[in-house]
Design a protein around this ligand. Structure first.
Ligand code: H2B
Length: 267
């Protein structure tokens, strides 16, 4: 755990809301419930929550950053019993994801079914507006490549990055779900997919055993939402792919399993 500087180190971050304001999210009723019948994806230029005036900066004191770690720690206060069963631990109250994301979906037990078209529309599409993309995993990461959720989180300096990485580790432990962290000086690219995924049956009698395959499931969605709850307010990285270019059906997500030569690798 990173020792926080004793003096108040001001960290300036471009933010939709002060990190300390995270606590107020619990009471805010403005937090969005996405309509499940959404057919068209809003373009990245039409976010649903008020954006700060250009140049709006906030000062985040070390105490506010301490709140991040404290919240991550409360997320990880867990009863270890359920974790061994492959489930997540009970926690009094899951954290509130930032505006623009639905409530945290339930965590299916392993092996977890791949996302359905309905789940993609409800839970994955909103992540595209938060700069998440679907890319092929590097074959080195698991025995065979899979589509995975990828996002690059950028920070204004090393202390908030290290606090975020501590929170990621706490969330991995609490969720019993693991990601790949590719860190640089003040940024980290998170890559996450479910190794013990369950692909759809090719015929009704197909046994479950033969269907276990890496892919994107609700556990990866949960993981991304929890990271967004901790990183809320960090500046969004520039992306050269738009939400519209991301996959919006299970078939299109599956097509991302193999890395293609012309794939725009963003991260
Ligand atoms: C036994 C243990 O519950 C499983 O191995 C968990 C651990 N963490 C995991 N993390 C990820 N990303 N995918 C998994 O399938 C997975 N399985």
């Amino acid at each position: 755990m990173l020792a926080l500087p004793s003096r108040t180190s001001n960290v300036y971050v471009r933010s939709y809301r002060s990190i300390a304001g995270l606590a107020s999210l619990r009471s805010s009723s403005s937090f969005c419930q996405l309509p499940r019948t959404r057919r068209t994806l809003p373009t990245a230029s039409t976010p649903k929550w008020p954006l700060p005036a250009p140049g709006h900066h906030i000062t985040t004191t070390t105490n506010a950053l301490r709140n991040i770690i404290e919240r991550a720690r409360t997320m990880s206060t867990e009863t270890r019993t359920r974790k061994n069963a492959g489930g997540t631990s009970d926690s009094a109250e899951p954290p509130v994801p930032p505006p623009g994301l639905p409530d945290l979906p339930p965590a299916p037990s392993y092996p977890c079914p791949f996302l359905t078209d309905e789940e993609i529309m409800t839970y994955l599409d909103p992540l595209y507006l938060k700069s998440w993309t679907v890319q092929a995993s590097n074959p080195g990461q698991s025995k065979n490549p899979a589509p995975e959720l990828v996002k690059r989180f950028e920070f204004s300096s090393q202390p908030p990055l290290h606090l975020f990485l501590n929170a990621v580790n706490e969330i991995e432990s609490k969720e019993n779900h693991h990601c790949i962290q590719e860190t640089s000086t003040t940024a980290v690219t998170i890559r996450v997919h479910t190794h013990s995924g369950l692909r759809p049956a090719s015929h009704p009698e197909e046994p479950r055993k033969g269907r276990i395959s890496p892919g994107i499931t609700l556990r990866d969605i949960r993981f991304a939402y929890l990271l967004e709850a901790v990183a809320d307010g960090q500046k969004e990285p520039r992306l050269d792919v738009t939400p519209e270019e991301q996959p919006h059906t299970a078939k299109a997500v599956e097509a991302r399993r193999q890395k293609t030569s012309q794939e725009k690798v963003v991260g």
